[in-house]
Design a protein around this ligand. Structure first.
Ligand code: ZN
Length: 477
């Protein structure tokens, strides 16, 4: 890099850091603005240089669901052992650059969301940042219509794959139970180290019965066990099968207020270049199977990158003591006792997330239940299709259909589909009057004759779900 190039990168860095000090004073765009400024003044080469700052390197976490929770948990664990910088929830290269502007860090831990190839630059991000870890949570279909353009699942999967494609050094971490991330891992094994995590527990969700296609040959996969949706133990005639996990969740004990899990294995540590054996018992909040995957993924990332593997047990113990539901996003599905009803409520924007919410609540349902379903928007028919499938299999006594997004007409169309197969009612509540929509949903909960109620589907995380939950909790006597 010439003198001019160096000056340009220095100027970019100074401006970025200046912005970082400014945004500390205010709220809002703090997570990405300094990086935005840095990238506007500096070149790609400046980012490449900046990315060399962390002593160990950077870890990028991606997937359809669970990215934020996994990023937070991984950061909590690694921060106990070393100096880190992290960024979650912003999902852009600007946010990654912001995180890298921090001084004296050993590890950068960044969430990176990829919806499709056109709107993200996954392979470029990988080339510029040169991550030492790329971590996959899961891949299922979502946001099928991005900025008005159809986004077929294959190109979505391809975009996820590209994030680790240029990687030649470091560890790719994949969910063995999810055939799509396992496929990404299988393809990377020739280039670099791949670590797989998965469940080894006695559990078979018979209601996860939709066909899942082999990412290698396109045939229908056969499953001996299904944990949830596409996650399970699968194989295909072409030879593709679930890889054996290097780290496994082997025991799950569910109490009403607390869960206990056992995680064991023997996985490769990047800093020490050797396998680390471990056997851990972790107490967690009651947060659903979904978050167990996030926890397992975070523990895998932690053990892979901690510079002090001898501290693993202590760190896990220290951090698990501080864990509560506040680690999860504000729209998270929660179970609330309201007088003599049990209500499960929270966001479920895609089929996989909604299904996870139902599975979580099913542990508690012992009688008939009502389902308040908030619909997707216009043009989101395939999200509806996945939602409807999960809805049908859960067998609610009654479905109360409410628009989750803006279009009341789309919601009505979805309601008409539901009403053909289930007892359903439609409530055309406008997006523009969200306080009224929330109030009516709470009225429905009170009015419904069933002792168990699930409230889930689409809707804005803060404006609808977080508010709705806090308003509901005011009714607890
Ligand atoms: Zn196959």
């Amino acid at each position: 890099m010439g003198l001019y190039g160096k000056i340009r990168c220095e100027t970019a860095k100074i401006s970025g850091k200046f912005a970082m000090n400014l945004v500390k004073l205010g709220k809002g765009m703090g997570k990405s603005f300094p990086g935005y400024l840095f990238l506007n003044i500096g070149t790609d080469n400046c980012l490449k240089e900046l990315a060399k700052k962390p002593g160990i390197g950077s870890i990028i976490i991606t997937g359809t669901n669970g990215k934020t929770t996994t990023t937070k948990l991984t950061s909590l664990l690694l921060a106990n052992d070393t100096e880190i910088s992290y960024n979650y929830d912003s999902n852009t290269i600007n946010a990654i650059a912001t995180g890298l502007l921090r001084d004296n860090i050993e590890l950068g831990i960044f969430e990176y969301g990829i919806r499709d190839i056109i709107h993200a630059i996954p392979d470029k991000v990988c080339e510029l940042i040169q991550p030492v870890g790329v971590v996959y949570t899961n891949v299922s279909r979502e946001h099928t219509l991005v900025a008005g353009v159809q986004n077929p699942f294959n190109s979505y999967l391809k975009a996820k794959q590209l994030l680790s494609a240029p990687m030649k050094n470091g560890i790719v971490i994949c969910n063995a139970d999810d055939p799509r991330t396992a496929y990404i891992g299988k393809r990377k094994e020739a280039d670099t180290h791949v670590t797989y995590y998965g469940l080894e527990i006695d559990m078979n969700d018979k209601s996860s019965n939709t066909d899942v296609y082999c990412p290698l040959c396109g045939e229908v996969l056969s499953y001996t066990i299904k944990y949830s949706n596409q996650r399970g133990i699968y194989s295909c005639n072409c030879g593709f099968k679930r890889p054996k996990p290097d780290i496994m969740l082997t025991e799950l004990i569910k109490d009403f207020n607390e869960w206990t899990v056992k995680i064991e294995g023997n996985i490769y540590n990047y800093n020490h270049k050797k396998l680390i054996p471990f056997n851990l018992t972790i107490k967690t909040p009651v947060f659903g199977l979904y978050n167990l995957y996030n926890l397992l993924c975070a523990v895998t990332s932690y053990i892979s990158f901690t510079p002090t593997p001898e501290k693993i047990e202590n760190t896990i113990e220290t951090i698990s003591k501080t864990l509560d539901l506040s680690i999860l996003p504000p729209g998270r599905f929660e179970i609330v006792k309201l007088n003599n009803k049990l209500i499960g409520m929270g966001q479920g924007d895609n089929g996989d997330a909604l299904k996870a919410n139902i599975q979580f609540m099913e542990d508690y349902i012992e009688d008939n239940f009502g389902f308040i379903y908030t619909t997707p928007d216009t043009g989101e028919d395939d999200i509806f299709e996945d939602h409807f499938n999960a809805l049908l299999l859960s067998k609610p006594k009654k479905v109360y259909v409410v628009p989750g997004r803006t279009s009341i007409e789309a919601a009505r169309k979805y309601y008409e589909e539901i009403n053909k197969k289930l007892d359903a009612e439609f409530y055309p509540l406008a997006y523009e009057d969200m306080p009224k929509r929330r109030k009516e949903i709470i009225k429905l909960i009170h009015k419904s004759p069933y002792p168990y109620i699930i409230v889930t589907g689409c809707g804005p995380e803060h404006y609808m779900w977080a508010e709705l939950k806090s308003e509901l909790k005011k009714h607890i006597k």
